[in-house]
Design a protein. Structure first.
Length: 226
């Protein structure tokens, strides 16, 4: 297997599908929460968010703010029972969990979040809540199309960008989780593009049996399943 195959996997759909109406109901419940601009010089301030889980449970949306507090639920999450169900069902330690908003015309330009990688023991998961075919979401030079209610792992340590060419506000839940056995098992029914990547993920996860569970799918970058 050539090294270039390991470069190709930018996203993996994970085996959870959520009720979109319930996701949107909780989103509506939190409509009065003040949003905060996301950090980074790679957008013009239009990309905003609210925190569901943060260091000290504060209403902070900074993904990697330094501090000594433990990661905890925020008051926002306590008001959103389905969001809480979704997070409680993911049995891995959570760091920052945010609801992120990108309005029509919004553009998060190329950037990368190097700490969200297996090497750092952190995975970034996404659940689209509201999206549209005219959202151009690029990871590692590839366009990804994720539907509302799906759970995805994306390799955000690679260069990524989002351009909202639609007329709707795009809303994603973005969940940073620490890798544990559950996170490894979650991948049991997911699909990867190449055995080389499976092996490297298994090594990083320290789950010796993981590699054998991944399904090599030559020619496919990821495969949806229902
Ligand atoms: O999809 C989004 O709103 C943000 C994407 C992103 O930059 C990230 O998840 O790191």
């Amino acid at each position: 297997m050539s090294a270039s195959n390991t470069e190709d996997v930018v996203a993996v759909r994970l085996p959870r599908t959520y009720d979109v109406e319930l996701l949107r109901r909780d989103l509506q419940t939190l409509r009065d929460v003040q949003v905060a601009p996301q950090p980074g010089p790679y957008h013009a301030g239009e990309w905003t968010g609210i925190a569901l889980h943060s260091m000290g449970g504060k209403d902070s949306v900074l993904p990697s703010a330094a501090g000594m507090d433990r990661y905890e639920e925020t008051e926002n999450l306590k008001r959103a029972p389905y969001f809480k169900y979704v997070l409680d069902d993911l049995k891995c330690p959570k760091e920052v969990v945010r609801i992120l908003f990108l309005p029509p015309g919004g553009y998060i330009k190329d950037h990368f979040d190097f700490h969200t990688s297996f090497q750092f023991g952190l995975l970034r998961l996404h659940i689209p809540i509201i999206t549209h075919p005219d959202v151009i979401f690029m990871i590692g030079g590839q366009r990804v199309m994720w539907n509302s209610g799906e759970l995805w792992y994306g390799d955000f340590s690679r260069v990524h960008s989002v351009k909202n060419d639609s007329s709707v506000v795009r809303v994603h839940m973005v969940i940073d989780v620490q890798i544990n056995d559950f996170a490894c098992r979650l991948r049991k029914r997911s699909f990867a593009a190449s055995p080389v990547t499976s092996a490297s993920l298994a090594r990083s996860c320290r789950c010796s049996s993981l590699a054998s569970r991944w399904q090599p799918l030559p020619g496919a970058l990821w495969l949806r399943f229902d």
